[in-house]
Design a binder for this molecule. Structure first.
Ligand code: SF4
Length: 450
């Protein structure tokens, strides 16, 4: 039997897709390259914001139209969040499968292929109640060559007022250090050279297991990882800036395999708006954190996310965000417009900001960020750095694409690598950064044998 899985949404969802594939492969299913060859189509949906939800629903409708007889499972966050509504409104999906216990994908498959009864659900809904991240073993990877995402926690306890994720993914559940470590070791044995640690907020790692202290055990996990042998990168993605675990800075300074790259979603620069978002930080405390990181790690690369159009955002608030952006001089910034999500505290907040104004403010942020990013990337010109090779540029001999430590997968610029010798995708080489072209850095390969 063959399945075709179409992943949507964020990298956390991608790990879920890989985990479902691993369970299916373990049950002697095979992944089809083409949905036309599949007995089953699984859409691993995103349910975070309006546009992503619509994209997932459109995918179900498109697959149903093209493959009228193939069974379709709508999995992921959209199914988890709107199972009841969609079971009536979206008959095109044969089954709605939640994201709490992915091992139940085998039960989901047997339900729709053998018409067997639904245990944890009803009709065409299977939403496992218990959060379980039980997979251990060889997970197929949908990530770029040489790179893999490792989920060290699921869910979130932060309760930002605009965010529906805690409702979709539940409260914070951290994976034990030995389990996360074992997965990292297994991936390194498979030749992976970049381990991206992810969660909704990895800065809160293990705070769900220690009553009251709130002290993150991320430093402990990094200490354990630093005992592993070999040459590889560890990249930390998504640390909530309100509780940044400062002890990790010293560990990163001591072991250069931990790349000094931090994705810190600051969201805004106005004190009033940050408070309305239920975020404890201020522009001043965030700038102090940035200073602290850059003092400890002069090479530190910072990425962040800003949100425009949050209810009540005045011109003055927006100006405060622009000022913060200018002072912070972040390397990379992603900006989103506020999406009004039901069941979130911000849903009923007023006054609402017209979408057109929110979009205009987003454009202004993006335009202001271009020269900042370019200037920040200039500082790597003339440096000799590790480069992760990802692919050969199509039809170009001696030209490859890859990333330096200052480039997170799929969101930042790239390294354009010139090499006199053939390079292997998924390997780390040494390269001399010669120039910048837009957001990309041009690199001359100097040693492909590291
Ligand atoms: S930290 Fe805030 S924005 Fe991020 S997942 Fe948690 S509640 Fe949502």
């Amino acid at each position: 039997m063959r399945y075709y899985l179409d992943p949507f949404g964020c990298v956390k969802n991608q790990v879920d897709a890989e985990t479902m594939m691993a369970f299916l492969n373990g049950a002697h299913w095979a992944a089809a390259e083409d949905p036309a060859e599949a007995d089953l189509i699984i859409i691993n949906s995103c349910g975070f914001i309006e546009s992503a939800k619509q994209e997932s629903i459109n995918a179900v409708l498109a697959y149903r139209k093209t493959y009228p007889d193939t069974k379709i499972v709508l999995a992921g966050c959209l199914a988890q969040r709107y199972a009841q509504e969609l079971s009536k409104a979206l008959p095109e999906a044969d089954l709605l499968f939640g994201n709490q216990d992915l091992s139940k994908i085998l039960e989901a498959v047997s339900i729709i292929l053998e018409d067997s009864p639904v245990k944890e659900g009803s009709g065409n809904i299977l939403i496992p109640k218990t959060a379980a991240y039980s997979f251990s073993g060889k997970r197929p990877l949908l990530s770029l060559p040489g790179s893999a995402y490792i989920k060290i926690s699921e869910g979130c306890n932060n309760r930002c007022t605009f965010c529906a994720i805690p409702r979709i993914r539940g409260p914070l559940v951290s994976r034990p250090v030995p389990q996360a470590l074992e997965e990292c070791r297994e991936l390194l044995d498979r030749g992976i050279r970049e381990l991206c640690l992810i969660g909704q907020d990895i800065g809160s790692y293990w705070t769900d297991r220690i009553a009251g202290s709130g002290e993150s055990r991320l430093p402990e996990l990094l200490e354990a990882l630093s005992k592993l042998e070999g040459r590889f990168w560890v990249r930390l993605l998504y640390i909530h800036p309100d509780h940044f675990p400062l002890p990790i800075l010293d560990i990163i300074r001591r072991d250069s395999r931990f790349v000094p790259y931090f994705d810190l979603p600051f969201q805004h620069g106005s004190h009033r708006i940050l408070k309305a978002m239920n975020r404890r930080g201020t522009a001043e405390s965030y700038l102090a954190l940035i200073d602290r990181i850059r003092t400890m790690l002069p090479d530190a690369v910072l990425r962040s996310t800003f949100l425009t159009g949050f209810p009540g955002e005045t011109e003055e608030d927006f100006q405060a965000l622009l000022d913060f952006q200018n002072k912070a001089r972040l390397d990379w910034v992603g900006c989103f417009t506020y999406s009004r999500e039901e069941d979130t505290p911000a849903y009923s907040m007023k006054p609402r900001i017209p979408k057109i104004l929110a979009a205009k403010r987003k454009r202004i942020i993006e335009e202001q960020q271009v020269p900042i990013t370019e200037k920040q990337m200039n500082r790597f010109i003339g440096r000799i750095l590790d480069v992760l090779v990802e692919e050969q540029a199509a039809g170009e001999n001696g030209l490859y694409l890859g990333r330096l430590f200052c480039h997170a997968p799929e969101v930042d610029g790239s390294a354009v690598i010139r090499s006199a010798v053939p390079l292997e995708p998924g390997t780390l080489i040494r390269g001399n950064v010669c120039a910048r072209a837009g957001f990309d850095l041009e690199v001359a390969a100097i040693d492909s044998s590291v």
